[in-house]
Design a protein around this ligand. Structure first.
Ligand SMILES: [Ca+2]
Ligand SMILES: [Ca+2]
Ligand SMILES: [Ca+2]
Length: 344
């Protein structure tokens, strides 16, 4: 059933008819050849490239008098495919006899078998990785290690201060630092085949910034101080402005009571938000107020600091988170006022 759309093809068809006539002497029907009886079977062939347990097969089959239409692959592991150039992943290593059977456009078939050898690839090392986030002197380590061809089964942490842990995600670790300190922590992970990987990370921890007043104005020398109420008064704390982007900046009143007013000062609360300390309770004259800011920044170049200006009844607290840069420290990361409201 060959289409004969052009004059040239008709000539070839006539030639085949002549050949058929020549075979008539062998007992063939003289009316012409049986098309199927004269179809040439296709020749099956293929190549393969194997990496690890996976082989990519490339069909090289041909059919001298037509086209190869169908492909039936038997990979020798009870798996099959019917695409022209399949890829196949064997479940185990070893030698497999792969058989390709092709079918041509006249239903003729040809097949070929070849042996392929696949091997279980050697175990790959895991990749140690972790994150660390610190709030003041307390740091939390989080494992994010991976093993592409297996699982991580063991963790060995060294926190950089002599302490360590073998938990995947250890509890928050406290550093006994009295100033800004750079620590280098290490995580070694082991995979299910015993290979290891090491990750080291440096990070900075700093004590919370406490109130520092300029003890001799104009000297730039700031010393620890407290805000003293000169009369019986309630206290209002207000976030006046901010210019920072670290998460975790936490402002706390630490005396005469402990009250955390916000924990993410670069983002919330809104600038202008005011807090009545201890729900507006009146504190006695002589009460000393103390406060601190915990820097959420993990890349401090200087210790975070909290400078105080003003005098009773209103103080301004200017916080710098210690993140370095041009014109830093600029003491505008958080600006907070503390106002005493004398009791009537
Ligand atoms: Ca054929
Ligand atoms: Ca592995
Ligand atoms: Ca700053």
């Amino acid at each position: 059933m060959r289409p004969v759309p052009s004059h040239g093809v008709r000539v070839i068809t006539a030639g085949l008819a002549m050949a058929g006539l020549a075979l008539a002497g062998c007992g063939k029907d003289s009316s012409g050849p049986d098309p199927d009886g004269n179809n040439l079977a296709p020749t099956a062939d293929f190549t393969s490239v194997c990496t690890g347990l996976t082989c990519a097969f490339t069909n090289l089959s041909s059919d001298d008098d037509g086209q190869v239409m169908g492909f039936a692959w038997d990979f020798g592991d009870e798996q099959q495919a019917s695409t022209k150039n399949p890829s196949h992943a064997f479940a185990t290593g070893g030698e497999f006899t792969v058989k390709l059977t092709v079918t041509d456009d006249h239903s003729g078939t040809g097949s070929r078998s070849k042996a392929v050898t696949v091997t279980v690839p050697p175990n790959g090392a895991p990749a140690a990785d972790f994150t660390v986030t610190c709030s003041s002197l307390d740091c939390t380590f989080h494992d994010v290690s991976t093993d592409a061809d297996g699982t991580v089964v063991a963790w060995a942490w060294e926190f950089g201060d002599g302490a360590g842990s073998t938990e995947q995600n250890p509890p928050a670790h406290h550093y006994d630092a009295t100033a800004r300190t750079i620590y280098s922590a290490k995580l070694t992970v082991t995979d299910n085949e015993g290979l290891t990987s090491l990750k080291t990370a440096e990070f900075t921890v700093s004590p919370a910034a406490t109130l520092l007043c300029e003890d001799a104005p104009g000297t730039g020398h700031f010393a620890s101080c407290a805000l003293v109420l000169e009369e019986d008064a309630s206290v209002t704390v207000k976030l006046e402005q901010r210019s920072c982007d670290a998460h975790g900046n936490t402002f706390q009143i630490t005396a005469p009571l402990a009250q955390t007013l916000f924990t993410d000062g670069c983002y919330s609360p809104a600038v202008g938000t005011a807090f009545d300390l201890n729900d507006g309770e009146v504190f006695a004259a002589g009460t000393r107020l103390e406060a601190q800011v915990i820097s959420g920044a993990s890349n401090q170049l200087t210790a975070p600091a909290l400078h105080v200006t003003g005098a009773y009844p209103t103080w301004t607290l200017a916080f710098d988170d210690g993140v370095g840069g041009v014109n830093e420290p600029d003491f505008n990361d958080l600006v907070i006022t503390v106002t005493a409201n004398p009791a009537p």
